[in-house]
Design a protein around this ligand. Structure first.
Ligand SMILES: [Zn+2]
Length: 447
């Protein structure tokens, strides 16, 4: 009898926790709605028109090759920046890449950065969105042939550009950088240059979103058509982790709570708050098999970075010479991209970036008190730098659950929760009066 009543009780709690309150910020919703699939398509088709955007291709021609492509991207960003009251600055991040595996001679390379300065000069936070504008065909050293790269990765570049257009007109306390990087196909050279420069110059990058391959909704071999799902890849064990941090992670079971995982879960929550008919699928690994991406150089410099990629890929299109073979079309042509889908992905990125850049900073020194044996949980933390938050959410979930399950709202910088720290995972995020949440911080054991 006891058993049965317990069973009924747990059923009730499950159905009650399945309800989610959706509270949108009208300003963010307005920006989300302004993201346009027509603009995205126009950007992709313009990028394809440069014939090839191979990193080692022509830099002299006004109409073809990597040089004309980057000049056009810069001019477009400058056009958007005109609406920013001087707050958005556009620059080339130029460097010379020495000879290497896929670089036959030392090569001048240029990333394009549109930097939307935060309105709060004391706020040092930087959020980055990135796509790579270079392209390739079957032979990674082929600099001459038509390499449209519509999905890989004009689509991701278009996401950065379309967001710059919409967000340049708005102000945020934190800084947002809209990047189009080069050299991805030759070895992640563009993003590596920015990540190393950021580390050397002490940029406080709190989150980096890499959009690579976000325009196709057809799965090769499986024949799946899915314009609703998108993947977010995040690493579990941070690329930079000291022995001491590894030992703490092992003892508390924190392998699923790296800063990248917190960002991934945050991305799912915020994106699904604003974008309809979108399922954000969290993939708990750094990237796909045999592939890499521009988020990884940022992870390797100790920054929190994730990769956003379409759900099902068509490998007959990516990195292929344009041809027909046994009735099968190969090549990354713009007619095969789904621009309404890329619009959804762009809206997802916008909601996350805007919510982060409007939110208070993260709470500091978040600790879980371990000084005694108890069946409760005590947490304490310090107020974030800068603007004071209205309060904090203490997030809780079962250790086997991929997503946060409960939120406790508190206004103090301590919390006593009547659930055992031995049985649940916790994190703390700051929240302002309008409901903008900071990234959650996973607590460290503290006495
Ligand atoms: Zn790519």
């Amino acid at each position: 009898m006891k058993r049965i009543s317990l069973f009924i009780f747990s059923l009730i709690t499950i159905s009650a926790s399945a309800q989610t309150t959706i509270k949108q910020d009208a300003g963010i919703k307005q920006m989300v709605d302004e993201v346009s699939s027509k603009n995205i398509e126009a950007i992709v088709r313009k990028l394809v028109s440069f014939k090839t955007r191979h990193t080692l291709s022509d830099t002299v021609s006004k109409t073809e090759g990597i040089g004309s492509a980057r000049n056009w991207i810069k001019a477009e960003y400058e056009r958007y920046a005109a609406a920013s009251n001087g707050r958005m600055k556009v620059e080339f991040d130029a460097f010379i890449q020495p000879q290497g595996n896929r670089i036959d001679k030392p090569t001048p390379m240029k990333n394009v950065l549109a930097i939307l300065k935060g309105t709060d000069t004391a706020d040092k936070r930087i959020y980055i969105i990135s796509g790579h504008y270079d392209s390739r065909v079957t032979d990674v050293m082929n600099v001459k042939d038509f390499a449209p790269g519509a999905v890989d990765d004009a689509s991701g570049t278009a996401v950065s550009m379309e967001l710059a257009r919409v967000m340049a007109k708005r102000s945020f306390p934190a800084t947002i950088i809209f990047m189009a990087v080069v050299g991805e196909e030759q070895g992640l050279y563009g993003s590596t240059n920015v990540a190393k420069r950021a580390k050397a110059e002490g940029w406080q990058i709190d989150a980096m979103l890499n959009n690579d391959i976000v325009g196709n909704t057809y799965g090769m071999e499986t024949g799946l058509k899915d314009n609703r799902s998108v993947r977010v890849f995040s690493e579990g064990v941070p690329a930079v982790e000291t022995e001491k941090q590894a030992s703490t992670r092992n003892s508390v079971g924190g392998e699923n709570d790296s800063p990248a995982r917190e960002l991934a879960r945050y991305t799912k929550e915020i994106a699904e708050r604003y974008v309809e008919q979108l399922d954000v699928k969290l993939i708990y690994r750094r990237d796909r098999y045999l592939r890499g991406g521009d988020h990884t150089p940022f992870s390797q410099q100790g920054y929190t970075a994730i990769r956003i990629t379409e759900m099902n890929e068509d490998f007959n299109r990516q990195h292929q010479d344009i041809r027909k073979e046994n009735g099968v079309d190969y090549g990354d042509l713009p007619d095969f991209a789904d621009y309404d889908y890329t619009q959804k992905v762009a809206r997802m990125n916008l909601s996350v970036l805007a919510n982060l850049a409007l939110a208070p900073s993260e709470p500091q020194n978040v600790g879980i008190i371990t000084s005694g044996l108890t069946n409760k949980t005590q947490l304490k933390w310090g107020a974030p730098k800068g603007k004071a938050p209205a309060g904090y959410y203490v997030l809780m979930r079962e250790t086997i659950s991929p997503y946060w399950e409960k939120k406790f709202y508190v206004t103090a910088t301590t919390a006593n929760i009547g659930y055992s720290k031995d049985n649940y995972l916790f994190a703390v995020q700051a929240v302002d009066a309008d409901g903008h949440e900071s990234l959650p911080v996973f607590p460290k054991p503290m006495r």
